[in-house]
Design a protein around this ligand. Structure first.
Ligand code: ADP
Ligand code: MG
Length: 245
């Protein structure tokens, strides 16, 4: 893929106390690219996502979004968070708001959109994730898979430049995993830039441009899915794959 970098991490390091959780991370995510991040539990995948959205500060190195360094605080940081949407394992929907209100909330508050415009756009997004008919329900009335699709619509409502997914299907019953992955595949086909932490190797094979394998805070491999799954180079990756495949 031609390199038109949207997210760039250069020599990024972070500790939690004595634990060196991100070690010399260098990663470029091109515009429209889908990068799947895999690796053992505790290898730093979530921390990497949180660093990109600046939910976690890093100690050294540079993180650029669209060529600009991540802002430290204030208005610029809020703007950054709006530009990089995040979808978590736990859907974090507001229980006392309807599905439509969950999706409209941030555009109304942060983007200062008019209510009618925000609701119209939210309906379009709910249609895109196949949930227009659930707009007036409350999260508890939906299945886990449906709630996660609402969370994706909510992230899209801010018109983000990129979406980060941290194990978006790990909390779901098996029969609901595919409906969420299908929405993500469609986003990928539509050209959304995505960083996806997942254990869904089928998704990695079919939707990722690159697979990044992390272990002990390092990026150990960064290759095409084809290369990674057929001929992993490192012992760590071979060992990991032998356990999950
Ligand atoms: P992964 O998502 O790959 O499982 P994480 O990024 O969540 O890994 O965590 C990497 C390491 O950092 C783990 O050893 C974890 O226990 C530790 N860690 C994560 N968050 C914190 C925190 N807020 N404080 C201290 N240690 C943390
Ligand atoms: Mg994690």
């Amino acid at each position: 893929m031609a390199v038109d970098p949207l997210i760039e991490l250069r020599d990024v390091n972070k500790h939690y106390g004595k634990l060196h959780v991100l070690r010399d991370i260098n990663l470029t995510v091109g515009r429209g690219e889908v990068v799947v991040v895999i690796g053992p539990s505790g290898s730093g995948k979530s921390t990497l996502c949180r660093a990109i959205n600046r939910l976690e500060p890093v100690e050294s190195g540079t993180i650029l979004l669209d060529g600009q360094p991540l802002p430290e605080e204030g208005r610029a940081l809020a703007k950054l968070r709006a530009e990089v949407g995040m979808v978590f394992q736990s859907f974090n929907l507001f229980a006392h708001k309807t599905v439509l209100a969950n999706v409209s909330l941030a555009p109304l508050k942060v983007r200062k959109r008019g209510k009618e415009e925000a609701n119209k756009r939210s309906r379009e997004l709910l249609e895109r994730v196949g949930l227009l008919d659930q707009a007036d329900k409350y999260p508890a009335q939906l299945s886990g898979g449906q709630q996660q699709r609402v969370a994706i619509a909510r992230a899209l409502a801010m018109d983000p430049k990129a979406l980060l997914f941290d194990e978006p299907t790990s909390a779901l019953d098996p029969e609901m995993i595919n409906e969420v992955l299908e929405v993500m595949r469609q986003l990928a086909r539509d050209g959304m830039t995505m960083v996806v932490v997942t254990h869904e190797m089928g998704f990695a094979r079919s939707a990722a441009n690159r697979v990044v394998f992390m272990a002990d805070g390092r990026i150990v491999e960064d290759r095409t899915p084809e290369e990674f799954f057929t001929a992993p180079e490192s012992e760590r990756a071979k060992d990991f794959l032998s356990k999950i495949l």
